[in-house]
Design a protein around this ligand. Structure first.
Ligand SMILES: Cc1ncc(COP(=O)(O)O)c(C=O)c1O
Length: 393
């Protein structure tokens, strides 16, 4: 496998790679953070699986899928995060998994405190607020300073841990969808541990573009989806629970299809998207064949750095993530500082330059425009973006 950094800038290679994806003519998509495209071969396999499962119905599902295929798929999924199969349970998306972890975490007593920050995903914020109503705990909401640094992020958490001694549980987002900031998960989780605080990690945007090891990060509870940077069909996700912490998450709403000692009892028992799951082995094969998260991440970061390095110092533009390589990935947001209405600027990027982006609000520092290149994005697309930002500011 060639050096990822060298290959990241090889436009010819990436053009050949991009040809594996069917792309609808239209605006240049710089909003690849919503979900990822499937390759043509994955689409074909998915279609084949839809037809197969539709034809064979429960005969195939009960005789083969439930007995063996689903177990193999689960084992392959666990391999993706270098964990044993027993630590992983399938869900339909990241939200379902994270909400189940939050709802069923059983170590909270009335009067305890739980923590979120401004950058968490809304469904995670909602689930933590739900805890406050239903478990009698107090929700503490903190805000991160902008611009952030490794030290400022860690210091903000340390301060909260000192100030709120009844904190027992916190949500942490590995890669925030608002600005693309990559949280120093290992350092934050270590500080939380010193105060006896458990962390539920939202890994939705990390899987497939960042390399990580959950043991090394010190994370016992995490939720993921497979439809962002892995390139799987929509409707697939999973949770991870470290085996020695399984008892701290209750079965989901009294779920009794699996024994208490089985992580699968922590998710709702329902009919999954079987054709999508049967497509997963090919998706993972393609992900690994191209060099996995290391290769994808290197290319995506290269594209991010192309535009960020060109506009970082321009008056009128505020880039929301720092250039500390520990703190950024391909998603990066910006703000036009001389324009009040960022949504209007999203529209101008589209109408005047054919560039499709999205506004994100909810960060304490205010609304911003999220730029997310994808695996079919070219250096020429980024050049156009750079020109547009330079002119529009
Ligand atoms: C940081 C983050 N967490 C969670 C989610 C939810 O993922 P899903 O749509 O798979 O439930 C998203 C989706 O965009 C996200 O960006």
């Amino acid at each position: 496998m060639p050096d990822n950094t060298l290959r990241a800038r090889d436009e010819l290679f990436w053009q050949t790679f991009a040809d594996r994806y069917a792309v609808e003519p239209g605006p240049i998509n710089l909003e690849n953070g919503y979900f990822g495209r499937m390759s043509r071969t994955v689409v074909e396999e998915y279609q084949h699986n839809i037809e197969l499962i539709n034809r064979s119905n429960s005969v195939h599902v009960r005789q083969r899928f439930e007995q063996s295929e689903s177990l193999q798929i689960r084992a392959q999924l666990a391999e993706l995060i270098s964990m044993p199969a027993e630590t992983v349970a399938l869900t339909r998306n990241a939200t379902e998994g994270l909400q189940s972890l939050i709802r069923n975490y059983n170590l909270l007593k009335p009067g305890d405190q739980v923590l979120i920050c401004d950058l968490e995903y809304d469904t995670v914020k909602g689930a933590m607020r739900w805890l406050a109503h239903h478990r009698g705990v107090e929700l503490i909401e903190i805000e991160h300073a902008h611009p952030a640094s490794f030290d400022s992020l860690l210091a903000t958490y340390r301060e909260a841990f000192e100030r709120y001694p009844k904190l027992k549980l916190m949500a942490l987002t590995h890669v925030t969808h608002r600005t693309g900031l990559v949280m120093p998960v290992k350092a934050i989780a270590a500080a939380a541990r010193e105060h006896g605080i458990d962390v539920i990690l939202d890994g939705a945007h990390a899987l497939g573009q960042l390399e990580f090891n959950l043991d090394d990060l010190g994370i016992a509870f995490a939720g993921y989806n497979l439809h962002k940077w892995i390139g799987a069909p929509l409707t697939l996700g999973f949770i991870y629970i470290a085996p020695h912490r399984l008892a701290d998450i209750d079965p989901d709403m009294g779920e009794m299809h699996f024994p208490l000692t089985d992580i699968r009892a922590r998710t709702s028992y329902s009919t999954p998207n079987i054709p999508a799951l049967r497509t997963l082995p090919l998706v993972l094969e393609e992900h690994h064949a191209m060099g996995g998260a290391a290769a994808k991440g290197a290319r995506l970061n290269y594209l991010r750095n192309l535009w960020v390095s060109a506009v970082r110092d321009l008056p009128g533009i505020d880039v929301m993530t720092p250039d500390d390589p520990r703190l950024y990935c391909c998603i990066t947001s910006l703000r036009f500082t001389r324009h009040d209405d960022q949504q209007l600027m999203v529209e101008r990027l589209l109408n005047e330059y054919n560039l499709f982006t999205v506004m994100r609000s909810g960060a304490a520092s205010g609304p911003c425009i999220r730029i997310t290149p994808g695996l079919t994005t070219t250096a020429a697309d980024i050049e156009l973006l750079t020109r547009a930002l330079t002119e529009l500011r």
